[in-house]
Design a protein around this ligand. Sequence first.
Ligand SMILES: Cc1ncc(COP(=O)(O)O)c(C=O)c1O
Length: 413
Amino acid sequence: MRISAHQQARFLQAILKENLLAETDESFHFFDFDLFDSFLNQVKSAMPKAKHAVAIKTNPLPQVLQHIAEKGFSAEAASFQEVQLALDSGFEAENIIFDGPAKTQTEILALKSIAPEVYINADCLEEADEINALWPEKKLGLRIGFEGKGSEISSMNVSGQTSKFGEFIKDLDQAVDQILNRPFIRGLHLHAGSQINDFSPFVFMLKKGLDLASRVNSKSVNQILNFDIGGGHPVNYKGDPFSFSGFSDLLKSESPELFNFQVLTEYGRFYHAHAGFTCSRIHRVKNRGKSRQIIVHLGADSFLREAYNPEDWYHDMAVADEQGNLKSGPGMPFDIGGPLCFGGDYLTKNQDLPNPRKGDYLLISDTGANTFALWSRHCSRPFPKVIGYKNGEIFILRSQEEYREIYNFWKGK
Ligand SMILES: Cc1ncc(COP(=O)(O)O)c(C=O)c1O
């Protein structure tokens, strides 16, 4: 399920009726916890024995993290600060996976004292050795990479020899020895990329990773216990959501050995994307003959990837009038410009919209993942209000940022 334009309009009407928008709330993000849960449940029921972590970076609102912890899921942290966010939001340390390619010695030592049970995936052998020197008794996972295309979107691909991530495995025999020489490595981690629409390169890499693990285990007393298959499950931004069960069935038939290990997953986009939509007041409509433009109150600050890599990303859009009634009828193409002061600040171009007018609302679908989570401070605009929906109730999840918070951010201490 995704939140259709009709449902978005109905939510907007309810929000207006309940006066949840102040005059300054020119835009808001919306997050449907019930729908989010249905995606969590899908993955859990397809792989009930695996430990499922949700990538924090996809949507780091503490209220959402707390909900994930209460559901019994784990958290994947890409930075030390994300580990702290997870701890502060109620995750037990043993349910946090710490990834990321730039962990510092200071962070490792801090973790050792505040949350020693956090599971760490070392980015590469060198990092594994550095951590081991500081913390000899700590068992680690090792991020590995193989030649292959982890995603067809180049900025989302993290596989191959030129990737900045992981220990690139060229020679399997050499890798077996390198891991056997480091008995503190007890898990392998293969996050190949995001928005993986074609699973075959991933399965190919996974088979190599499993081969590596079994060769290590055949020469040791089961040194490798955990196999973390990362994130990357794709989202269909143009229609009905993809399911997870096809992929898990594929893994069960193609790589059944995977399930001899404690399997870890780290999905982000798949859980969050459909659970959110975004709404902005239409500030202005400009008709320039050749090009028609509308200006809205969110741009590259909430839609960073869409603005910079427009050919890679897509969101369905619709228009509602001032009362929240969905507009229909023949559309005309509009470029959707944001409020920021640079020429690339567009959510999209040539979007067909039916008769948008100043004061209407633009509704943007499937924005729960990697939108406001990539918030930028360009032009010092306030982080927008976030409205939540849970058990049939609509509520303010997070208020719009106040000017003083922006001032304090720039000023520092
Ligand atoms: C190490 C790691 N794990 C998990 C994820 C989540 O990926 P996705 O949102 O594509 O599922 C990411 C995303 O960048 C990542 O870098």
